[in-house]
Design a protein around this ligand. Structure first.
Ligand code: GSH
Length: 203
């Protein structure tokens, strides 16, 4: 297996953290996500329909979209306990892509990359909207985590790897993390394979 990622990509972090937690052997290569897509390697371009990280190659097939890759790996390595758990995970993976995964990456880019990449600067209206969105969404997560260790209950599930990824970079965005979310993030940091995002994705 081979994973393409980049240290600034929370989407890649989801998959790399999961692979390391699974203790799977795989190759890892960094793609310069700030480069012109057509300049990226042919191996990557052939594997990655939208020229994005993460992209995973397994044998003769390639897989894209972080949450879909988590599903692929969970099916392959038997990490869903049963069909009900699989379905509940899918619900959270779709929620993540539409909620936390919508606002937090943009808020982080706005703060972290604005100097080097002015195209990431948000208008005040967009910033206000995304901040309100984040506040609401992280509140949903906080409520959910009030009485459980992980998003589906007492055991970790593939959905936790998706939900936590961008929240692991929050010191780079002007946002707050509520208490139950912070306690859960700490439990995620105690999982095998965990390293800080830049360590994990540095290659
Ligand atoms: N929905 C995708 C998002 C992937 C994505 O936006 N990747 C960014 C880095 S976080 C990327 O590769 N950007 C480079 C480009 O678009 O050229 C997923 O979940 O994997």
């Amino acid at each position: 297996m081979k994973l393409f990622g980049h240290p600034d990509s929370g989407h890649a972090l989801k998959v790399k953290f999961f692979l390391d937690w699974l203790e799977i052997e795989y190759e890892y290569e960094i793609i310069d996500i700030f480069s012109e897509p057509s300049t990226r390697s042919n191996e990557f371009l052939n594997a990655s329909k939208f020229s994005e990280v993460p992209t995973l190659i397994d044998g003769s097939k390639s897989y894209i979209q972080s949450n879909a890759i988590l599903v692929y790996l969970s099916d392959k390595f038997g990490k869903f306990k049963n069909p009900d758990e699989r379905q509940k995970c899918l619900e959270w993976l779709v929620w993540e892509a539409n909620k936390i995964g919508l606002c937090l990456p943009q808020l982080r880019c706005h703060k972290k990359l604005a100097k080097s990449h002015p195209e990431f600067i948000l208008s005040q209206d967009a910033y206000n909207w995304l901040s309100a969105r984040y506040k609401h969404d992280v509140g949903v997560l906080d409520k959910e985590l009030a009485d459980k260790n992980f998003i589906l209950g007492n055991d970790i599930s593939p959905a936790d790897f998706s939900l936590c990824a961008y929240l692991m970079y929050t010191d780079e965005a002007d946002i707050d993390i509520p208490q139950n979310v912070e306690s859960w993030l700490q439990r995620m940091r105690e999982q095998k394979g965990w390293q800080s995002p830049y360590e994990m994705l540095k290659g």
